[in-house]
Design a protein around this ligand. Structure first.
Ligand SMILES: Nc1ncnc2c1ncn2[C@@H]1O[C@H](COP(=O)(O)OP(=O)(O)OP(=O)(O)O)[C@@H](O)[C@H]1O
Ligand SMILES: [Mg+2]
Length: 286
């Protein structure tokens, strides 16, 4: 469990970046951290990882105040993937990069090999294991960061815009893997993203920052049902959510759920004609 209590933070004196932040990420949650560029998402997660410390307030991890922690003190509990993958690269090969954390933790060599092989496999990097990490594409570096975090089997993952630079298949595979980790192993996931389709598909709860303040928390369906505020927060409603609201269907975020709800909302005897519209009573439409 990660809790932020009355957090205030500024990089430079006089320019507040986070103001009066109160929030908690419970064990086993899948939370999307959202907000416009510069709203403070990365900064908040840096405080949760003890990369920086608040000017006032407390960050508690499993009940412990981390005011005097170094990031390494949290490495066992939280896997953190940086927004900028270049900041995270330490080793000379992809394999050694992923093995770095387990080696620091002094895991037995056989466990290291098993963890690294598995992490490389699930991130589609096995064939690149001898490559020099800095020469990878941006998307590959992102997956390398995720693999390095996975190799330590943390109970919590904080992932900062990891789907950037991935094609649709890579993005889908990555998100499905995280979903399975969350649902089957109970891994807590805090995902920063600007992709609202990912939010509606995968997040169980959203937390929205605007100008360094928490302005909303609730399910994706609740978020996308909010009106004008969404625009002010710099967020875009997914198309299926807009359609659902137009049809008066509340709480619907998925395409299949939308079709089911729409079919259920049709008058008795009406049927969809295959175009997605109710079949007309007066014969085929012209
Ligand atoms: N190292 C830094 N030194 C000074 N100011 C910073 C630093 N990092 C971020 N900022 C400022 O802090 C504010 C919050 O930045 P942050 O990176 O946390 O936002 P973000 O929500 O992650 O944005 P994005 O969606 O663009 O990644 C911004 O005004 C940014 O310019
Ligand atoms: Mg950021």
């Amino acid at each position: 469990m990660i809790e932020a209590k009355n957090i205030n933070f500024a990089y430079r004196r006089g320019i507040p970046v986070l103001t009066d932040i109160n929030c908690a990420i419970g064990d086993g949650e899948f939370v999307a951290l959202l907000g416009h560029n510069g709203s403070g998402k990365t900064t908040l997660t840096r405080l949760m990882m003890a990369l920086d410390h608040p000017r006032s307030g407390q960050i508690l991890v499993d009940g412990d105040d981390i005011a005097h922690y170094e990031p390494a003190d949290l490495a066992d509990k939280i896997g953190y993937v940086f927004q900028n993958p270049d900041l995270q690269i330490l080793a000379d090969t992809v394999y050694e990069e992923v093995a770095y954390g387990p080696r620091v933790k002094k895991l037995p060599e056989a466990n290291i090999r098993a963890n690294v092989d598995e992490a490389l496999r699930v991130m589609g990097l096995t064939d690149l294991k001898d490559y020099y990490p800095r020469l990878l594409s941006f998307g590959q570096k992102r997956r390398l960061g995720v693999a390095a975090a996975l190799a330590l089997n943390p109970r919590t993952l904080i992932l900062d815009e990891i789907t950037n630079g991935q094609d649709a298949a890579e993005q889908g595979a990555m998100m499905e893997y995280l979903k399975a980790l969350n649902e089957k192993k109970g891994t807590t996931i805090l995902l920063i993203t600007h992709d609202m389709d990912i939010v509606r598909r995968y997040a169980k709860r959203t937390l929205v920052l605007c100008d360094g303040r928490v302005v909303f928390t609730g399910t994706p369906a609740e978020l996308f049902a909010t009106g004008e505020a969404l625009k002010a927060w710099g967020l875009r409603r997914p198309v299926v959510s807009t359609l659902s609201l137009e049809f008066g269907l509340t709480g619907v975020t998925g395409c299949e759920a939308f079709c089911d709800a729409l079919a259920g909302a049709l008058p008795d005897g009406a049927a969809l004609d295959g175009t997605g519209f109710p079949a007309s009573k007066g014969g085929a439409a012209q």
